[in-house]
Design a protein around this ligand. Sequence first.
Ligand SMILES: Nc1ncnc2c1ncn2[C@@H]1O[C@H](COP(=O)(O)OP(=O)(O)O)[C@@H](O)[C@H]1O
Ligand SMILES: C=C(OP(=O)(O)O)C(=O)O
Ligand SMILES: [K+]
Ligand SMILES: [Mg+2]
Length: 477
Amino acid sequence: MPMRATKIVATLGPASSDPALLEKMIRAGVNVVRLNFSHGKAQDHIDRADLVREAAQRAGREVGIMADLQGPKIRVGKFAEGKVMLEPGQKFVLDAARTEPGDIEGVGLDYKELPRDVKAGDTLLLNDGLIVLTIDKVAGSAVHTTVKLGGELSNNKGINKQGGGLTAPALTAKDMDDIKTAMGLKADYVAVSFPKNATDMELARQLCNVAGAATGHKPALIAKIERAEAIPELANILKVSDGIMVARGDLAVEVGNAAVPGLQKHMIRLAREMDKVVITATQMMESMIVNPVPTRAEVSDVANAVLDGTDAVMLSAETAAGKYPLETVMEMANICQEAEKAEYAELSADFKGKTFKRIDQSIAMGALFTAHHLGAKAIVALTESGSTALWMSRHNVRMPIYAVTSSLTAQRKMTLYRNVRPLLMDTSADRDTALADAEAHLKNKGIVQSGDVYAITVGEPMGQPGGTNTLKICRAG
Ligand SMILES: Nc1ncnc2c1ncn2[C@@H]1O[C@H](COP(=O)(O)OP(=O)(O)O)[C@@H](O)[C@H]1O
Ligand SMILES: C=C(OP(=O)(O)O)C(=O)O
Ligand SMILES: [K+]
Ligand SMILES: [Mg+2]
């Protein structure tokens, strides 16, 4: 059975904080965990990050950590009982001044400006559109509504205005604090919620640079594409980010459900063309929050995201708050692997009319092309920054890409890259020693056997990023 190429991001929460369970989830296929800063306290996330690193060590796998900022998302406050059941036709009041916990009549708001941003007749969608409220009137701090579509509403669920247009800034004071927390726990990825344009991402980058000045830690930045304004800015946003997330929860509310599948394909294609990573997120296995098996539609959704070429598929409440976090990961891993078998790899079409300006990138593409047409067992890239592996992984090939690096930061970043297996190895020696060490490492791990052909790329001087200039086709000794 070939290894799975598509990566799995799992959101952690109360349902996935037990050390033994975390270890099982990692063994079952979680490559990156997501700490959702919309929920819980900073210390909860710090503690979970520690648990993840310990569990990953026990499982013998490297796991990336993604800190997902809350952003200007408007959310309801907490309820006395944790949740209420809203019935169609009933009245419900969202009150920015309310300090006591919510009940069946109303709830507080963490975004105090909501009453200023809405008016009678507007439609509010809660919990990614599962609950719909229409506004009857706004009186001071209180937004009076009638429930159109009812359901369970629990602590801190999100609120969107139909059609978008709520006027919050891109990075809030809370986000700035959370960036410090994320940098403290050495998050490999920081996901920025609701960026409108490249400037929002540049601001996030600056804040990370300032917070990381003392340690030198530099996370990769993911722009969550979840507001209508971001769509025409997509290429500009991609240019200044390391990747994007197709954040279908909020996006569907902003642009309408029906527009999302087409946008997903467009976003994945553009991200890959621009050598960036892309995560497909939200409701992928939604019914597994309560059921031990997914629906047929969910199976197809995950498989189609794989066929679209996503780097990773993401789990949210399924693993954060669901009944079957481990089973969901196992199912998802299985679906990805099966879908990959149906994938069509015609590499030549990717290169048609393409020119490369960089030597290292040309070598990476040469390795890919040669290994693919030679039917090599594996492609190996000795890479410091991970760029060589990133470039290679933007194209569909049947054989896995092993990225050998001496940088733990690069190794953890590469946990998200499709079809890339990051391996840590000291590469500080001279080139021939490093090549021999890499082969010994691969044989040791059972990745190649004597007689297997593999392609390997390497650069000079060793141990420095950006110098890849050599492609060698080897037969393992
Ligand atoms: N760290 C956490 N603590 C408590 N509950 C969480 C946590 N993370 C996620 N959840 C629960 O899982 C749901 C779905 O997760 P997610 O998609 O990450 O959040 P949301 O859609 O609210 O931004 C959340 O609405 C919340 O009920
Ligand atoms: C991933 C998303 O963001 P969040 O879960 O933080 O709302 C989304 O909206 O799809
Ligand atoms: K978030
Ligand atoms: Mg969102």
